[in-house]
Design a protein around this ligand. Sequence first.
Ligand code: FES
Length: 213
Amino acid sequence: MAMRDNAAVLAARRAQATGGLSRRALLRRSLGLGLSLWLAEVGAGTLSVLWAAGASSLASVRVGTLDDLAALNAGLPVREGFPVYVADARAFVVLIDPAIAAFLPGSDPTGDGTALNMRALSQVCPHLGCRPNPCLEDRWFHCPCHQSRYDRLGIKPRGVQYGPADRSMDRYAISVDGDGVLTIDRTHITLGPLPIALGQQGVIPPLVTEGCQ
Ligand code: FES
């Protein structure tokens, strides 16, 4: 009698649905997880190859002559030294001395631009990476994120009232060929110099005090 009861209990237990994961379900889930990981890895690899290809195609950006830049940005005072955005280079090109009529041939690996009379400034704000915008009113750069400001050549004025960036805008190496065509070398970047007090040599005062508010 007792043996019959035990057999009945065992049969009832076997008939019950088991909790947790069966071995088959566990196997299926493991395979699914493995496949997802593999796909993620392949995707990341593809993206990194595409990124590298894009980056290398941007390593050297042919901008054109001063006439090209002025024509492309008609309406902006490019020849007066207003910074021009060059999207392919992710940079601003700005004349140092607006008196010149064309880019001077030569090369400038430091990006200072003094010899060539222009600078190519990185679009990346030295503070946290936003893109500063040149303002037509005061001819300074204004960063929209935390209000750092730079003169038209990318120099950061010293003082908390000019924002939190701790250095001036970074510069790319540049070269100009015999036809006056400017090329920006994005593989060589020089960090911008330390801020300069407004009123000292090396920082250009704004045209108006409350520009682009
Ligand atoms: Fe430009 Fe912060 S990112 S001021």
